[in-house]
Ligand binder design. Structure first.
Ligand code: MRU
Length: 347
């Protein structure tokens, strides 16, 4: 099996996505023929992870543009607007989704000035493909910067899945780990299982195994123990949204707990993410945390693990304050959370 997973790509007239719900038992791709199928794939988490969602949405826009071939520019633009709204309504927390949709709309608006619908369609598809390629290059740059923070002998804890599967390829937090490993550093990883969707147990374990990086899996509740016992000496996680004004990081539920425990034991806590994950506008109270179906907590696979009638809450993300974050690793370099606004003019 190839070590280079490409999670999202354009083939012929369709968007191909790895169906992450089937992993690790089956590595299969789904084909989306229209933007509504892409929206459904984002919503039901066939594709997940902030950068992967963004590129999938951009390709969904390309499908929307293609399907309106032969119509006027006005009609095409109003159909693109409609597709954008449908895609934007799938998952509220990761900013990459909105960033990608805006970037595509900007290209479409610019091309629309020519009055040539064909040009709009062509430019939108080219931009979506460019975003996919850029994502891999960006992650490699994050890996390069981040690996300077990793030393021989480190054991790095990571949460959820911020690997190739969460991006188009290479990964963010796992990209840092992978870059250090590829440089020949002797490292190992502790991956959290990440209840309730088990992205760590299913996806991060799948990727680390494929890359041959030594690792052990823990349940989320074991984080305090492994840190207290000195079994971990660095944390690297991804992000769904980073608030540049305040330095808060929104990431998979459980990240906040890990950051608090890491601070308690003096363990550096790093966040690896592309600048497309940085929100230069919002305040913490503006962020919408996605709440998912409580059955994700009641069931593991098809088995109900809670008594009938018990209620659960299921927030998918939490917000870690800047005082718990050592640094944010981006493709442009490594920044303390208080310095993220410096990236405003360079993104
Ligand atoms: O709900 P998910 O699986 O889409 O959440 C993913 C995460 O929280 C990742 O840590 C984050 O998107 C960073 S991925 C490079």
């Amino acid at each position: 099996m190839s070590k280079e997973l490409r999670t999202v790509f354009w083939k012929g007239t369709q968007v191909k996505l790895i169906d992450q719900r089937k992993l690790p038992s089956k590595l299969v791709y789904i084909s989306c023929k229209n933007y509504r199928e892409v929206a459904a794939a984002i919503k039901n988490m066939a594709v997940r992870g902030a950068p992967a969602i963004g590129v999938a949405a951009a390709m969904g826009m390309a499908l929307a543009a293609k399907s309106s071939k032969g119509k006027s520019v006005e009609k095409l633009m109003s159909e693109l607007e409609k597709a954008k709204n449908v895609l934007a309504s799938t998952r509220p927390t990761a900013i990459n989704l909105y960033w990608a949709l805006e970037r595509i709309m900007k290209v479409a608006r610019e091309a629309a000035k020519s009055g040539d619908a064909e040009k709009v369609i062509l430019n939108v598809l080219e931009e979506a493909k460019k975003m996919a390629d850029e994502d891999v290059e960006t992650n490699k740059a994050i890996g390069k910067h981040g690996s300077t923070l990793i030393n021989d002998g480190d054991t790095i804890l990571t949460h959820c899945n911020a690997g190739s599967l969460a991006t188009v390829g290479y990964g963010t937090a796992l990209g840092v780990i992978r870059a250090a490993f590829e440089e020949g550093k002797s490292i190992s990883v502790i991956a959290t299982e990440t209840r309730p969707k088990l992205q760590g147990a299913r996806l991060t374990a799948f990727e680390l195994k494929m890359m041959g990086i030594p690792f052990k899996l823990i349940t989320d509740g074991m984080v305090g123990y492994v840190m207290q016992q000195g079994l971990v000496n660095k944390v690297v996680v991804g992000a769904d949204r980073i608030l540049a004004r305040s330095g808060h990081v929104v990431n998979k539920i459980g990240t906040l707990t890990i950051a608090i425990v890491a601070k308690h034991f003096g363990i550096p806590f790093y966040v690896a993410a592309p600048t497309s994950t940085i929100d230069f506008e919002s305040k913490p109270e503006d962020v919408v945390i996605e709440f998912r179906d409580e059955n994700e907590v009641h069931y593991i696979g098809k088995t109900r693990i809670t008594p009938k009638g018990v209620r659960a809450i299921n927030p998918a993300f939490d917000m870690t304050p800047p005082e718990l974050i050592t640094a944010v690793i981006t493709e442009k370099g490594i920044y303390e959370p208080s310095r993220l606004m410096e990236l405003y003019n360079v993104t």
